[in-house]
Design a protein around this ligand. Sequence first.
Ligand SMILES: [Zn+2]
Length: 81
Amino acid sequence: MEFNKCPQCGSFFSNEGKTCPNCAQKDNTKIQKLENYLQNNFVPDTLEELSVNTGIPTKDLSRFINESKEFSNLNGIISHL
Ligand SMILES: [Zn+2]
């Protein structure tokens, strides 16, 4: 069996995916929060503002934006970093 090392928490896991099931679940919660926010609000000018408004750390936000096409329209605010 092949194990992958989770880039988020460093633990090993055997299922498919980039992160371990624990972190994947945490990511899903954050992504839902972000989706929900974007449905009801304008995209702020900066990643920091988006972070404050959603409660999601900027490093997670930039990861989601880089990894998910769904949030590719947010790429502009990353350029402020
Ligand atoms: Zn993990």
